[in-house]
Every structure is written in structure tokens, then in C-alpha cells.
Design a protein around this ligand. Structure first.
Ligand SMILES: [Zn+2]
Ligand SMILES: [Zn+2]
Length: 230
């Protein structure tokens, strides 16, 4: 295996040297083997992130205000383990794998003018993890779906959502990021908002609101996982 010398920070070198084991079955060589990948895709459930009702399409009949939403599965079991290992143990090799899983849930052909918009990660999280976990998956997803990425949102401060109650999170989210003044919203483009996990939906809802206010007409949401608990 060729070692990429361009990015030789300590954790990524470890990634290359330490043998991965499949989080699902323990098989050596990859953090998720093809069998376990198929297992996740086959056994995933679809429901509305907001009202939690089961749905068969990307749109919820009840929550018309919510743009079409796609995600791999509910946040539990193996998928939850993968996201945890990716974010908190910096297993960077999981980025293309998680992107691939998500791509199987998205429409095969996205509208031609689709732009991927990653939700910005708090800078203190980037520092402690050594990389921007959302941006890294967005990059893999952009490659798979042949889309561009635009950093439309900028973090305004280090808002930490962990542990806050729902109401506080909603207010925090509204102020946590702002539109990048250098980027003009194109009303004919489709904006694919990407975030890792829907917990209360505060960040995504704030992002949708800001995009709409700025003139975006077509928005879709893509997430790795959705929490079934409110
Ligand atoms: Zn496996
Ligand atoms: Zn709903």
C-alpha cells in the first residue's frame, strides 16, 4: 500500500499502519467489510426525522416544511458505533465508507446543479479530533455524486451542543453559524445540506431557514443518522 507523504500527521499515519477490523464482524483489513455494509443498507429504516413517523419517500406528508431528507439509518447499533469511532477515535478511513453508505440512500441522479453544503464543525471539535469530520465526508460524497462543495456557512463561535436542552440548542443553533458573505446563493441550484447526525434537528433547521432567507429555492437534506428519541 503506498503511503501518502503529503498528509503525515500522527493520527493519519496510524490509520495507515494499524490494521483495521470490521466494526460489525471483526474481519481484518477494513473498518467495515462489504457484508456488514450490505447488512446496514438492507436493514435500515426510513422515518421522518422531525415527527418520527415511518415514511416511504424522502418527504414526510405531515412535515411539509421540511425539505426532502435522506439518511443511512436511525442512530443505533453498528451505524452508531461507526459514527462514534469516526468522530471520537478519528478513524479517518471511515469517511469514504460512511459517504458510500449515504450515497446508496440518495437519488441515483441528483439535479445537475447540486451543491453540497456541509454544516460547519465547531473549531474546538476540529482541534480536539485533528480533522473536520463533516467536511471530510462531504468531500467523499461530492466525489461519489459528482457535485461541487460550497462552504456557505461559517461558524460564529464555539457553540457546544452536547448536553444542552432542546430549547437552548435551538437558540444556539440560530446563532452558531452565519452565511459566508463571499458566496452568492443561486436560486436555480439545489443545495444539499449535509450534517452527521440529526439529534434535535436544531442545526439543520437553522441552516434551512438561513438558506431560504438568502434565496435558495431547492434544498435537500442528507445525514448519516437520525436519532429516534427527541
Ligand atoms: Zn464485517
Ligand atoms: Zn414528519
Amino acid at each position: 500500500m503506498p503511503i501518502i507523504v503529503k498528509n503525515t500527521t500522527f493520527p493519519s499515519l496510524l490509520d495507515l499502519l494499524a490494521p483495521h477490523t470490521c466494526r460489525g464482524c471483526g474481519r481484518l483489513g477494513t473498518p467495515l467489510c462489504d457484508c456488514c455494509k450490505k447488512y446496514i443498507i438492507k436493514n435500515s429504516i426510513n422515518f421522518c426525522p422531525r415527527c418520527k413517523n415511518p415514511k416511504t419517500t424522502s418527504k414526510c406528508k405531515k412535515c411539509q416544511n421540511l425539505p426532502p431528507t435522506y439518511f443511512i439509518d436511525e442512530r443505533s447499533g453498528l451505524l452508531n458505533q461507526l459514527i462514534h469511532d469516526y468522530k471520537y477515535h478519528s478513524i479517518r478511513a471511515l469517511a469514504p465508507i460512511l459517504a458510500e453508505l449515504l450515497a446508496t440512500k440518495l437519488p441515483q441522479n441528483l439535479p445537475i446543479n447540486t451543491v453540497i453544503v456541509p454544516l460547519p464543525t465547531a473549531t474546538n471539535h476540529i482541534r480536539s479530533r485533528g480533522f473536520d469530520h463533516t467536511a471530510k465526508i462531504a468531500k467523499s460524497l461530492a466525489k461519489l455524486k459528482h457535485c461541487k462543495i460550497q462552504p456557505i456557512f461559517l461558524r460564529t463561535k464555539n457553540t457546544v451542543q452536547v448536553g444542552s436542552d432542546k430549547k437552548t440548542r435551538l437558540t444556539q443553533a440560530e446563532h452558531a453559524f452565519t452565511l459566508n458573505p463571499k458566496i452568492k446563493i443561486n436560486p436555480s441550484a439545489t443545495y444539499l445540506l449535509f450534517d452527521d447526525v440529526w439529534t434535535t434537528g436544531a442545526s439543520i433547521n437553522a441552516a434551512v431557514k438561513k438558506l431560504r432567507q438568502a434565496g435558495a429555492k431547492k434544498i435537500i437534506i442528507a445525514l448519516l443518522a437520525v436519532s429516534r428519541l427527541d
